[in-house]
Design a protein around this ligand. Structure first.
Ligand code: UDP
Length: 471
């Protein structure tokens, strides 16, 4: 035991392979690494390659060991012919192979680093089953959830919902009233607003629901669960789980020792938009981004393009190459020429935190993914909400009904957000001083929580780092 004490702590971080999961665990890893603790960050091979390509593409230094963080990868268990976009297949494969791959990896690390064997595994709750190997490998298991505390509370409530026959096998609400409430202080979940909701694709919803059932097991077994939130933002939801450790908002450290620009991004961040923002007046630009997964019909993209144009405001729009239901977007006739004078800027992927913190940004038109929500809250920008699936609907309810820092962009009876609705809501949000003032108050709370010595998230993080150092 005495010799073990002399060993240095070493964290193995294991995300679920999706951008919205890799990003916050990367930020957490960088913070841990900045406190002098080694972190080995494990992606599956194809995600690892994407990150290296997008981050180190122009770097002469091809050493992917950033200060205190080693980036490594394991196979996903699929064959070269398998479709890696088939989420069902991928999850099945990971469930069957990941624990063994990690056991081999940890065995190798421990043999090669006798002074720094893996002492803790931090796993995303969606791959929480890998924590079964932690004890066997002599490491402390820690769970990380990249979603809200309310989202976690809802997921952990599933057994009661199933027992009460409120949900069918797809996780669809089948009883009246069709809302679920955990407290009068947390916005209720509508029937299609659950963390696993995907009403337009019930097959996908079933997969998300099964992942949530796995998360129930992991969440109930975990000694503590790190969460990218802060107490003042979600105090009631935080109080629902005594094992929850709110350590957010997780942001890219501005003065990090663990590689300055490393963000775990799967796509190259186009920094040209920052210079473009510099050329715009303060609080003038609409920043439009739907994260890494949301896709739209061409008709909806046309309405969005024309709505942005109608608003008369400058806009920065993130248009991924797969945003038109997997294909490249087309633009309304003459649109690109008309915005070419400088009113609009379109990029495939941006350094989102830097954009949101830019003084030219007036509001954030977002799908309300939890990372984007936390980033927007931390930068004090008012929101325009356009959720796509899963927890994004509940995050929208938080933004609009609880925190009162944004407005909804509503769909018409055909499910389309019209150009006029988009234009009107842009005008309303940019003209609303209360929304901006609430957003700035929220920003203060966010920064206090993770940035000041008395901040609750910072204290929780320090406690966690101390614990890691004692392992
Ligand atoms: N993001 C980015 N550049 C972009 C758009 C998004 O770096 O142009 C990042 C964003 O900052 C966030 C993540 O991608 O950290 C998206 O996560 P979120 O939970 O918001 O949405 P998801 O992609 O999971 O739907």
């Amino acid at each position: 035991m005495a010799s073990l004490k002399a060993k240095k702590p070493h964290v193995l971080a294991v995300p679920f392979p999706a951008q919205g999961h890799v990003t916050p665990l990367t930020k957490l890893s960088r913070r841990i690494a900045d406190r002098g603790i080694k972190v080995t960050f494990v992606n599956i091979h194809n995600i690892h390659s994407k990150i290296l390509e997008s981050t180190f593409v122009s770097s002469e230094n091809q050493d992917h060991n950033t200060n205190n963080i080693v980036l490594t990868s394991i196979p996903d268990g699929l064959s070269s012919e398998d479709d890696r976009n088939d989420v069902f297949k991928l999850i099945e494969s990971l469930r069957g192979t990941m624990a063994d791959s990690l056991t081999d990896l940890i065995g190798r690390i421990n043999r090669e680093n006798v002074e720094e064997p893996v002492s803790c595994i931090i796993a995303d709750i969606t791959v929480g089953w890998v924590l079964e190997i932690a004890e066997k490998m002599g490491a402390e298991p820690i769970v990380f959830t990249p979603a809200s505390a309310a989202g976690l509370a809802l997921v952990l409530h599933i057994p009661e919902l199933v027992e009460g026959r409120n949900l069918d096998v797809n996780g669809t609400v089948v009883t009246k009233p069709e809302t679920i409430s955990l407290s009068s202080n947390i916005p209720a979940w509508g029937k299609d607003e659950l963390s696993w909701s995907f009403p337009v694709d019930l097959g996908m919803q079933k997969i998300l629901f099964e992942c949530s059932l796995d998360a129930v097991k992991t969440g109930n077994q975990a000694k503590s669960i790190l969460c990218n939130t802060f107490y003042d933002l979600e105090s009631t939801a935080c109080d629902l789980n005594s094992r929850l450790l709110p350590i957010g908002p997780l942001l890219n450290p501005s003065h990090s020792k663990s590689s300055s620009n490393y963000s775990g991004s799967f796509r190259t961040q186009d920094e040209s938009c920052l210079a473009w923002l510099n050329s715009k007046p303060a609080a003038s630009v609409i920043y439009v981004s739907f994260g890494s997964i949301a896709v739209f019909s061409q008709q909806q993209l046309d309405e969005l393009a024309l709505g942005l144009e109608l608003s008369g405001r400058p806009f920065l729009w993130i248009v991924r190459s797969d945003i038109a239901n997997g294909a490249r977007a087309e633009y309304p006739t003459g649109f690109l020429e008309r915005i070419g004078c400088g009113i609009g800027k379109i990029v495939e992927w941006a350094p989102q935190e830097k954009v949101l913190s830019h003084s030219s940004v007036a509001c954030f038109l977002t799908h309300c993914g939890w990372n984007s929500t936390m980033e927007g809250v931390s930068m004090g920008v008012p929101f325009l909400c356009w959720p796509y699936f899963a927890d994004q609907f509940h995050n929208q309810n938080y933004v609009c009904d609880k925190w009162k820092i944004g407005l909804r962009i509503c769909a018409d009876e055909n499910g389309i957000r019209s150009r006029y609705e988009i234009k009107n809501k842009i005008q309303m949000v940019t003209g609303d001083v209360d929304l901006r003032s609430n957003a700035l108050k929220m920003k203060e709370l966010a920064l206090k929580s993770s940035g000041s010595e008395e901040g609750s998230s910072l204290k929780n993080f320090e406690k966690f780092v101390d614990h890691l150092k004692k392992l």
